[in-house]
Design a protein around this ligand. Structure first.
Ligand SMILES: Cc1ncc(COP(=O)(O)O)c(C=O)c1O
Length: 477
């Protein structure tokens, strides 16, 4: 039976999208009735967090409000205080366990505090924490070699940064220097960072400030759910031809895109789009940049990099998040020929490629391989997607289930035909799921897409628990 959207314990105007992402007033205890089925049970996990002796959640929140920039926002009406993590689980200050299906925003791939990554960090920190690239050290060289071995073609030389924004800034600058052009094309609804160049490439109004952002054109989003051409990638690709024709001198510096838009709501670009666009861009002298900040490092399961599913080989690839399992690290890989442009002046990054972060990155590659995390992302991710699709058959509010591996999105709509974003309901379900011990993310231009990007060690039992909890929450609306 298909459930209609009937918010029972929820009124849509109680849960406006606010800076604090506050959800409805309904807590789980307010919605559970005597004759309800028992709540789903979290899979057992043989680990006890250490006793927490720090300040209370209320004290931490008060300090945040007083001493941190008010732009720093949080999920949930009562923000969650997380003090320990182990693999796919997180613990709050009271020792309560949560299943982490967001992975610190698609970042924790190997699992929280994975022992091998922690050992690499601790051992390197004890030996030498910082030296800069002005001196030789094996950590950066060994990791660069291992990372380069994961790429096709002539993608061979790496520059390490501290974040995804920095990696994309550098890639855009290198493309501009290499081509001698300024114009860049990115896709609407994409997210690439928030510094001078990357804010220009980011094409979601809510992440754009009214500051100078020059030289970026935003192409039609090849959005398979809401886009005007459905899944016909070639039709969307024509828009890039038109941007070149009408909006540029006829030459461009670069095209940058994610393979699966992460912040934009786990939207996989329509098939056929990237090969056609890469062709157009190369014909006008531009470089193709793949932003793998979210979709890289085996997350998609079918491939190690998101772009591989589209049958293209970029000229530059940018990475961050999953590269370090949570340690601040980013990177740009490109060909030796393109990389040379950085030698024309001095380019330096104090922490980029520091021994501790690169030792962690190297450990991440070893763990992904040893624990066959890509295969697990594929097997468990496909199973999870299939179970989420069965929820779609049951609940009309689920308009779309999409993504691949452990990068999945569920879009909620109040009307399947009109695709009206169910923003308040999204917050409500997130809050209820948190109360039942499952953390998921949200995104999409309208804030109505659940983002499921767990650590890649997520198990089939975790997937069942997540879906059972989501099912329970949806049944309460
Ligand atoms: C696809 C993508 N690119 C770039 C970035 C920016 O990375 P960072 O927040 O590390 O600067 C993000 C962050 O969410 C991202 O999702």
């Amino acid at each position: 039976m298909m459930h209609r959207i009937l918010p029972r314990a929820f009124s849509s105007n109680t849960a406006r999208l606010s800076r604090t992402a506050t959800a409805s007033k309904s807590t789980l205890s307010q919605t559970v009735q005597d004759n309800d089925p028992p709540l789903p049970k979290m899979p057992p996990f043989d680990y006890a967090p250490s006793p927490y002796t720090g300040p209370s959640a209320e004290e931490i929140l008060a300090k945040r409000c007083e001493f941190l920039n008010p732009a720093i926002f949080h999920f949930f009406k009562n923000p969650l205080c997380l003090v320990e993590g182990k693999m796919q689980y997180l613990f709050d200050e009271k020792g309560r366990r949560y299943l982490d299906a967001f992975g610190g925003i698609a970042t924790v791939g190997c699992g929280h505090s994975h022992p091998e990554v922690v050992d690499a960090i601790v051992n390197q920190t004890k030996r030498l924490q910082h030296s800069t690239i002005l001196y030789l050290n094996p950590a950066i060289a060994d990791f660069a070699e291992a990372l380069a071995s994961k790429f096709p073609g002539d993608l061979k030389v790496v520059f390490f940064t501290n974040s995804g924004t920095e990696a994309n800034e550098l890639a855009l600058m290198m493309a501009r220097l290499y081509t001698g052009c300024h114009d860049v094309i990115s896709i609407r609804n994409g997210y690439h960072g928030n510094a001078a160049g990357t804010m220009g490439a980011t094409a979601q109004g809510s992440y754009k400030f009214n500051v100078v952002q020059t030289g970026v054109h935003h192409a039609l989003n090849p959005d398979q759910y809401r886009g005007v051409f459905g899944s016909d990638g070639l039709k969307y690709a024509k828009d890039v031809d038109e941007i070149v024709t009408y909006g540029t001198s006829g030459r461009v510096a670069a095209f940058i895109s994610e393979a699966i838009q992460g912040v934009g709501g786990i939207m996989e670009l329509a098939p056929g789009y990237l090969p056609a666009v890469y062709n157009t861009i190369r014909n006008v002298g531009g470089l193709c940049i793949a932003d793998e900040v979210q979709s890289g490092f085996a997350r998609t399961g079918s491939h190690f990099w998101g772009f591989e599913a589209h049958g293209v080989v970029p000229d530059m690839v940018t990475m961050a998040k999953g590269i370090g399992n949570g340690i601040p690290l980013g990177a740009v890989i490109t060909t030796p020929e393109i990389a040379k442009v950085l030698t024309y002046r001095s380019y330096f990054n104090t922490f980029g490629g520091n021994p501790v972060c690169t030792a962690a990155g190297h450990a991440v590659l070893r763990v992904i391989e040893k624990e066959e995390l890509q295969q697990n992302a594929l097997t468990v991710g496909s199973y999870l997607k299939q179970r989420l699709n069965s929820l779609k058959d049951k609940y009309e509010i689920i308009g779309d289930v999409r993504g691949r591996g452990m990068m999945l999105g569920i879009e909620l709509v109040t009307d399947r035909l009109l695709k009206t974003p169910a923003k308040d309901e999204t917050l409500y379900v997130m809050e209820q799921m948190k109360d039942m011990g499952v953390l998921i993310g949200k995104g999409g231009f309208f804030g109505n897409v659940f983002r499921i990007t767990p650590p890649l060690c997520f198990t089939k039992e975790d997937a069942d628990f997540l879906v059972d909890v989501m099912d329970y929450s949806l049944s309460k609306m």
